[in-house]
Design a protein around this ligand. Structure first.
Ligand code: GLU
Length: 464
């Protein structure tokens, strides 16, 4: 059997983390089985669907680099096919027209509830043979067998069974003739040759109903896998309001696509022990059957950890483009300068944005100095040593990390002082405070002219 998996979002919002995880799992499953992965826009709810959400979802999937079959399928393009199948089910006697009014159904439900029964349709129209020209509005319902059960082996949940007696005769067409979700989803899955339906476990209840549609059409149902939904670390359902409702907002923060892909592919199963992998390796290792049945937890700190690992292993040149988006007047600096700053910070930041915030002083001279740092490290002696350092660095033959380091150590030894008494005033001069990486590396990257310029300026301005 050739494997075809699918991701069928409704374009009524951006791609959120839970949806992204479902898409990634489907993509990995297809890849590891040499199959195809399709994306289908379930856009039949015209009131809530929008082309903007559709392109936002596709942009997110492309950002991850998930390759899906083109062109993207649109459910609305299959309306004729849906109606054809509804007629076919009516003609074969597997479905029937039901003219029960909403009032009748409501009254029925109220009666059943007050009698302590589970509310369900009483199948009044099932054998009434109502014709299409009845003149009364009707819906179309599928005949669900009155006894027996639907049993299926779920790749995640194990063996699942639903008693038919628990199921209502399912509505497959509304009174305006439009197909319901169950009907269109099944018909479109058949059309695309979907072999595996892997989706959130909030859809588990839908599965026996959909299997009945496959049965009525004499078509073998796909294999199912229902994965637990993603929750936040405190156990709450991940909501759009948690700020994680849109994948592209994480991208804007400078989370790398491979890092988010790696983390989302890792959540909720034990097999991989949270290893750091690039895309290709991820799907080789993935094992759907070891996904845990209990809810998966999304922990932003773990995501940051993965992001840091991916930043460290990415060539700095590949991070320049996104890094630049956080730097004002970025055109003033050349590619190699960006690469050096990035290389210096990759192990020290959670995201590219965080990296840009921490290294801001490389791109902007300090105009002011941190008052605490000033109080602690700036005094007449420190200013003398700072001037001495200016002279010595000015005359240094070679400007590189080693020669700078050697010269600073000599100054420290000659003055018989502890290193911070020289290092901290230079740091303050270069960055405005005391939080900067290795001082000789910082001087080296900033360059002789810029470093000395900042040190002169500080020697003048820190005096007062
Ligand atoms: N459009 C449905 C959703 O987004 C699809 C569910 C499915 O059949 O996978 O929940």
């Amino acid at each position: 059997m050739s494997v075809v998996t699918r991701f069928p979002p409704s374009p009524t919002g951006h791609l959120h983390l839970g949806g992204a995880r479902t898409a990634i799992i489907n993509w990995m499953y297809a890849k590891q089985n040499g199959g195809n992965f399709i994306v289908r826009m379930e856009d039949t709810d015209k009131g809530r669907s929008s082309p903007e959400f559709e392109s936002s979802i596709l942009n997110s999937l492309n950002w991850f680099g998930l390759d899906f079959e083109k062109p993207v399928i649109r459910q609305s393009d299959s309306a004729v096919n849906h109606r054809k199948i509804i007629s076919q089910l009516l003609d074969s006697g597997k479905a029937y027209r039901c003219t029960c009014s909403l009032e009748r159904l409501e009254q029925l439900r109220a009666e059943q509830r007050s009698a302590g029964l589970k509310p369900r349709y009483d199948r009044r129209c099932r054998d009434r043979e109502i014709s299409a020209s009845t003149g009364t509005p009707f819906v179309v319902r599928l005949k669900i067998p009155e006894s027996g059960s639907i049993k299926f082996g779920d790749l995640v949940q194990g063996s699942v069974e639903y008693q038919n007696a628990e199921l209502d005769d399912l509505i497959i067409a509304r009174s305006d003739g439009s197909p319901t979700y169950h009907l269109s989803s099944v018909v479109d899955d058949i059309e695309a040759g979907v072999s595996h339906v892997i989706r959130g476990d909030d859809h588990l209840n839908n599965t026996p109903r959909q299997i009945h549609i496959f049965d009525a059409l004499n078509i073998k149902a796909p294999v199912y896998g229902h994965i637990p939904l993603l929750h936040s670390v405190d156990g709450k359902k991940l909501s759009k309001r948690s700020g994680l409702g849109n994948i592209l907002s994480l991208a804007e923060e400078g989370v790398l696509p491979n890092a988010l892909l790696n983390y989302l592919a890792n959540i909720g199963w034990s097999g991989d022990n949270g290893e750091v992998h690039q895309k290709e390796k991820l799907f080789e290792k993935f094992d759907l059957s070891s996904i845990s049945k209990s809810s998966a937890r999304f922990d932003i700190n773990k995501l940051y950890w993965f992001n840091q690992q991916h930043m460290v292993t990415s060539p700095p040149s590949s991070l320049v483009k996104i890094f630049k988006t956080f730097v004002e007047e970025s055109e003033k600096f050349d590619q190699s300068f960006f690469e050096k700053v990035i290389a210096l910070y990759t192990g020290r930041a959670n995201t590219i944005k965080d990296m840009a915030e921490k290294s801001f002083f490389f791109f902007k001279k300090p105009s002011d100095y941190d008052s605490k740092a000033r109080q602690k490290f700036i005094n007449p002696q420190a200013l003398i040593i700072l001037s001495q350092a200016i002279n010595r660095l000015q005359n240094l033959d070679d400007w590189n990390r080693q020669s700078i380091d050697g010269e600073l150590k000599r100054i420290v030894a000659e003055n018989d002082i502890a290193f911070p008494m020289l290092g901290q005033p230079i740091r303050i001069a270069l960055s405005g405070g005391t939080n900067s990486p290795d001082i000789s590396q910082t001087l080296n990257i900033l360059g002789r002219i810029e470093s000395l310029d900042r040190m002169y300026f500080a020697a003048e301005n820190l005096r007062s």
